[in-house]
Write a protein that binds this ligand. Structure first.
Ligand code: FAD
Length: 457
């Protein structure tokens, strides 16, 4: 609870940048997904790491919960203030602090979004590859260990964060990692923080790896008669070691949603959307080899293009998939599922999921970053029909169980938040207890994003 003394002390530090206005509280109590609204008691808008440390010190003194907030796009209720307290909104800490082209790295404040960073990098010939479908903040992306369409080639946030500045629960500020590309110096606190969903500290600065914009890029699309054919083509492609930069799957319902939303004319069939990065000859050869794999699996002619505007249109359409699918059932809310399995079990996982959804009462288009074995069903429910919510939760539950049974994980990229906490024991066993011990060591009063990720103390 935010006690009046804490509110007064925070107000002295932040002035008007401590908000208790209802619209502000409501906006920071909503999630993109299906969770009920749960507003905090105040929203703080710090402008520096020193202010964040001060906020944390005051909240520790008054035992007030503190929840970080980036762009608010996470899908498992991560940022909901289930125990009340203060949301720390990082949108005013949005500066790119230093770009170092020679070292191919960059230091940013946590409120910089992935699109803003790439805009800033435009003249350097470098880019930051991790691209979740939403224009998320880099702080939020680090905290959810986000990934995206290019992870199959460039890795997720786990692979692209070199170091962090973090304010701990007692108000101390630490640095993790360094700018070196590798280190053997002790425990990897950067890796511990990345994916911790704001339960271990507040990130006030990130140093990230950058990558060279490839000399040539080609992208393409092809349709398949059945989901299994598309998925088996992906498995062959990955097992052959063909260097894909992106390999994305959409089912026929998603293709139909694209047609209506993006005004395209795709066949209503399962599709793969792919991209290759390299030299002009290299990408042409890769595309030709991929076309052979597609043909082996009964796919349509692989149509590819190196023209930037065509590629941009293709990936803009893919990045808007969530909104296209949502628009396919007007008034619906989405329960977005997110499982990841070893590549050899991908066809089984997708087929079983599709059959399960087909047997149920609600639509659930399937799409995913299949090159990583990761896919989503976007279950569309009428928010006024509790039975539909129930059906979606049952389908989602069976997907998580299926993933664990097949040697995978209950969340490939969206994270735990409120929604996936129930699977942590099954996925990690005693490992989940150890996560609780780490939380206890770093945040003994349980102030940082309570009710998320770890077992209750
Ligand atoms: C349309 C759509 C498509 C998506 N596609 C993908 C996808 O392809 N891949 C993927 O990985 N995700 C995807 N997501 C989910 C979401 O975009 C990611 O989880 C993203 O990383 C969240 O970033 P954010 O800035 O919105 O963080 P928020 O939602 O604001 O916060 C996420 C978590 O991090 C904590 N947090 C935020 N900033 C800080 C900080 N500075 N310090 C400490 N804690 C902090 C919050 O407390 C919360 O627990 C998608 C979401 C949508 C709506």
């Amino acid at each position: 609870m935010l006690v009046p003394h804490a509110a007064q002390a925070l107000g002295q530090v932040l002035g008007e940048r401590l908000s208790r206005a209802k619209p502000d509280l409501d906006q920071h109590g909503r999630s993109e997904s299906h969770f009920p609204t749960c507003p905090p008691e105040a929203v703080a808008y710090p402008e520096s790491a020193a202010e964040v440390a001060k906020i944390m010190q005051i909240c520790a003194e008054h035992r007030c919960p503190v929840i970080g907030w980036g762009a608010g796009t996470s899908l498992e209720g991560h940022g909901l203030a289930v125990s009340g307290g203060v949301v720390v909104d990082f949108s005013r800490m949005n500066k790119v602090l230093e770009i170092r082209p020679a070292d191919m790295d960059v230091t940013v404040q946590p409120g910089v979004t992935r699109e803003a960073l790439n805009e800033e990098l435009r003249a350097t010939g470098l880019f930051f590859p991790v691209d979740p479908g939403a224009n998320a903040s880099l702080g939020g992306m680090a905290m959810t260990r986000a990934s995206g369409t290019t992870t199959v080639r460039y890795g997720s946030m786990r692979d692209n964060v070199l170091g962090l500045q973090v304010v701990l629960a007692d108000g101390r500020t630490i640095r993790t990692g360094s700018r070196a590309r590798k280190t053997a110096a002790g425990y990897d606190l950067t890796a511990l923080m990345v994916g911790s969903e704001g339960t271990l500290g507040l990130v006030t600065e990130l140093t990230l790896k950058l990558h060279g914009i490839p000399e040539a890029t080609s992208a393409g699309i092809c349709a398949f008669p059945r989901i299994a054919d598309a998925v088996n083509a992906v498995i062959d492609t990955i097992q052959m070691g063909l260097p894909m930069a992106r390999i994305e799957f959409v089912d026929s319902a998603t293709a139909r949603a694209f047609n209506a939303y993006a005004g395209v004319a795709m066949a209503e069939a399962p599709h793969l959307l792919v991209e290759f990065h390299g030299s002009p000859d290299g990408v042409a050869q890769d595309a030709a080899r991929f076309a052979e794999i597609v043909a082996d699996h009964g796919g349509s002619t692989f149509e590819w293009s190196s023209r930037p505007e065509e590629r941009r249109a293709l990936w803009a359409m893919r990045h808007n998939a969530y909104y296209a699918v949502l628009a396919s059932r007007p008034g619906a809310r989405a329960v977005v599922t997110d499982i990841c399995v070893p590549i050899s079990r991908l066809a089984q996982a997708v087929e079983e999921t599709q059959a399960d959804i087909a047997d149920g009462p609600i639509p659930g288009p399937i799409l995913g970053h299949v090159g990583d074995g990761n896919f989503h069903a976007i279950l569309l429910i009428d928010p006024d029909q509790p039975a539909e919510h129930e059906a979606a939760m049952t389908l989602s539950h069976r997907m998580a169980e299926r993933a664990l049974r097949l040697g995978g994980t209950c969340t490939g990229e969206h994270g735990v938040g409120l929604g996936k906490r129930r699977y942590m024991q099954a996925e990690h066993g005693q490992g989940w207890t150890i996560m609780g011990s780490l939380k206890q060591a770093l945040d003994p009063m349980g102030l940082l994003n309570p009710g998320k990720v770890v077992p209750d103390a």
